[in-house]
Design a protein around this ligand. Structure first.
Ligand code: CDP
Ligand code: CDP
Length: 221
């Protein structure tokens, strides 16, 4: 079984998917973390031209696993779980994610992973391109102002120098780049259920989505 959640940055996809994974006792896959991992690796290698960077991809060993409420990422044996969440990575990730070579690498990894177990996964193109036959598709949205407030609250404890405007601009720019790129852009799949979380509490959105999932699973049995 595969349930997917797509939507713009900070709309609540990953926190919601993690909670649902716990409630339904299934696995969680954070596809954005995989693009962030490639971006981190690129920046660590002094940001070579992308065609140069892609030459090293076949030798990159990626391991991702959801454990202890954290989506843990290892690259070539190094735990980079925290490193991929910096604003520097956020500022470059959409450039990396626009590259078909990067998308091919991430998609191959994900499709293999979900064969092993039941999963809920979040991203931008999971319903439209990666898992078009998913059992259930959601598309989450919230106003830019509210998404920026949520993300700012998360980032300020680790980096007190960060500004609200910087966070908001990053979300806006990424949404623009992610939805206007040629390769599998951010887009609502026609069969995805729209969940607008503006003005909703986290608990309300979980209850709504778990209700939909339970109904759907009952219908299939
Ligand atoms: O959590 P946040 O909304 O900040 O972003 P993320 O899910 O960590 O994704 C980071 C970036 O990866 C996005 O802005 C997209 O550029 C890219 N991405 C993508 O292109 N396709 C996906 N399925 C997931 C993420
Ligand atoms: O994965 P995505 O970038 O879409 O969002 P996220 O990383 O889950 O971040 C959303 C943040 O907003 C989390 O800190 C949530 O706890 C919080 N939040 C929410 O998702 N939904 C609400 N109704 C209220 C807050």
């Amino acid at each position: 079984m595969i349930i997917v959640i797509d939507g713009p940055a900070g709309s609540g996809k990953s926190s919601t998917a993690k909670k649902i994974a716990e409630l339904l006792d299934i696995q969680y896959l954070d596809s954005g973390a995989l693009y962030r991992a490639l971006t981190y690796l690129w920046l660590m290698n002094d940001k070579p031209d992308l065609p140069e960077f892609f030459k090293i991809l076949p030798g990159v060993k990626l391991d991702a696993e959801y454990r202890n409420q954290t989506f843990i990422i290892n690259v070539n044996g190094e735990d980079i779980t925290k490193d991929i969440r910096t604003q520097q990575v956020a500022n470059h990730v959409s450039e990396m994610a626009a590259q078909p070579e990067a998308r091919k690498f991430v998609n191959q990894y994900m499709r293999k992973l979900v064969m092993s177990d039941a999963y809920i996964a979040d991203g931008r193109d999971l319903g439209t391109a990666v898992f078009p036959d998913a059992d259930l598709k959601f598309y989450m949205i919230a106003s830019l102002e509210e998404r920026a407030k949520r993300r700012y609250r998360e980032l300020i404890s680790d980096d007190p120098s960060i500004s609200f405007e910087e966070v908001k601009d990053n979300l806006k720019n990424r949404d623009h780049q992610d939805s206007s790129r040629a390769a599998d852009p951010l887009k609502k799949d026609e069969n995805a259920i729209l969940i607008d979380t503006t003005g909703k509490t986290f608990e309300e959105q979980i209850d709504e989505m778990v209700g939909i999932i339970r109904d759907k699973i009952k219908l299939k049995q």
